[in-house]
Design a protein. Structure first.
Length: 458
């Protein structure tokens, strides 16, 4: 601080704004750093007050410059100004509700779609509406059960210290087989995980042993960062931003303990090793978390996602083989079975696809997408009456999806029930105005039923 210039503080403010835009959870840590800089500079009496004010003002101006530009851009694109992303509400809700242990483990795909459907059923359709809805639900949970809410925060603070990489969208350990450097730098044995299983204990020991010199600023920043992260689902990706500071503090801890051993400061050695042991145990226990599902589950998910990418790229045979490998690893994974059915159907093997679609619907009978896919295959096989039953159940579960209404309209039209089909096509257009297929199907159903078409503009 004694050599810093207003220009450097301006750049620091801009960097802080960009970091908050990338990961909003760093905002509490940024506030601690800003306040700490103010206290430190005020304590140095040789620094003029005018320079202190100029430096801190420049940092605030740099942050405001980035925040203002982001708020303006978001207002133009999304219709609502702000610097926080619109997925902040749902991430906040995932970690703060009465079933947060389940929602925090939600995987991309069917599990995630169920949460989005919950918002849609309550009238939150757009991205902005969903963000507001989920934030409101999380705060309602806090007001109803404040102590349970705080208990969840404490649990996730402990999870932040976990030495293992907690999976979120992906499981880092599944990629070790394809990357020798990653395999060397990230591994686990039981509850112990490298490198954080070593870095956290050493950093904590360094913060305690060298508290007056560098320990307090690090501890304050780390606690602020961890507190911000604790409001969201625990994941290894959130703490990667603080990894450089943790590594530096761990080096300080190792150096201080080694120096104390050389100089025979028994009290300092005992203090450092005690802190190391306590944090080491905290980072290794519990040895298993709900987020850490079986390796076969994540391997099957990886195969399924790879198969989906190949399938959507037009490589149907390759996609099918990956889906089958995923189904072999997780035979009861309904999402994999459903994708395999879709791949086989597009390749013309509808009879084989029907078997996998039936298995997917049997495993997850309350998932509308699986019911709709099975219904489509039944319609293609000339069984519209059976398809109608499935589509009606799917609409009961998810009454806000236009595609379900359109598919039901087609099913009714195949049975010659054009008046009912027209109602479903009109409802589909109400849910998704301008849907091109719904407009075509509606016109065809009106023509078959002999109903007059609505007037069109010349």
């Amino acid at each position: 601080p004694s050599t810093a210039s207003p220009a450097s503080f301006l750049l620091a403010g801009i960097a802080a704004g960009l970091e908050v835009a990338n990961r909003p959870i760093v905002l509490p840590a940024m506030m601690v750093v800003w306040c700490g800089s103010l206290i430190l500079m005020r304590s140095m009496r040789r620094i003029p007050r005018g320079r202190v004010a100029a430096c801190l003002g420049c940092s605030a101006a740099g942050f405001a410059l980035v925040a203002g530009a982001l708020a303006l851009a978001k207002g133009q694109c999304a219709g609502r100004a702000g610097i926080l992303p619109d997925n902040g509400g749902i991430n906040f809700y995932l970690a703060n509700n009465e079933n947060w242990r389940q929602t925090a483990c939600a995987r991309p795909g069917a599990e995630w779609n169920r949460i989005l459907r919950f918002a849609r059923e309550n009238g939150a359709v757009s991205v902005a509406e969903r963000d507001i809805f989920f934030r409101r639900k999380a705060w309602e949970y806090f007001r109803a059960s404040p102590m349970v809410f705080l208990k969840g925060i404490a649990i996730r603070l402990h999870m932040f210290l976990c030495g293992r990489e907690i999976p979120r969208n992906v499981d880092l350990y599944e990629y070790r087989v394809a990357s020798p450097p990653l395999a060397a730098l990230a591994w686990r044995i039981g509850g112990f995980g490298f490198p954080f299983g070593v870095l956290w204990p050493l950093a904590a020991a360094g913060a305690v042993v060298a508290f007056r010199r560098v320990g307090f600023p690090f501890a304050a920043m780390a606690m602020a960062f961890a507190t911000g992260a604790a409001f969201f689902p625990a994941a290894g990706r959130y703490r990667i931003m603080i990894a450089p500071a943790v590594a530096v503090m761990a080096a300080v801890g190792a150096e201080e303990i080694a120096r104390a051993i050389r100089e025979r400061f028994a009290r300092r050695v005992a203090c450092g090793l005690s802190v190391f042991a306590v944090v080491f145990l905290l980072s290794a226990f519990p040895a298993h978390l709900p987020e850490e599902r079986s390796p076969e589950f994540f391997r099957a998910e990886l195969m399924r996602l790879a198969g989906l990418e190949k399938f959507e790229s037009g490589m149907g045979d390759f996609g099918e083989s990956l889906f089958r490998r995923a189904a072999g690893l997780a035979p009861d994974d309904a999402e994999t079975l459903n994708y395999l059915a879709c791949a086989l159907a597009r390749m013309g093997r509808k009879y084989e696809a029907l078997g996998f679609a039936e298995r997917a619907a049997a495993v997850s009978p309350d998932e509308p997408a699986y019911l709709a896919n099975l219904a489509n295959l039944l319609m293609a096989g000339g069984r519209p009456a059976e398809a109608e039953v499935l589509l009606l159940r799917a609409i009961t579960l998810d009454h806000g999806t236009a595609e379900l209404r359109i598919n039901l309209g087609l099913c009714l039209a195949k049975q010659g029930r054009y008046a009912e089909a027209i109602e479903q096509f009109e409802e589909g257009l109400r849910l998704c105005p301008g849907h091109p297929l719904a407009s075509q199907f509606l016109a065809a159903a009106r023509e078959e039923a002999g109903a007059p078409r609505p007037p069109t503009c010349p």
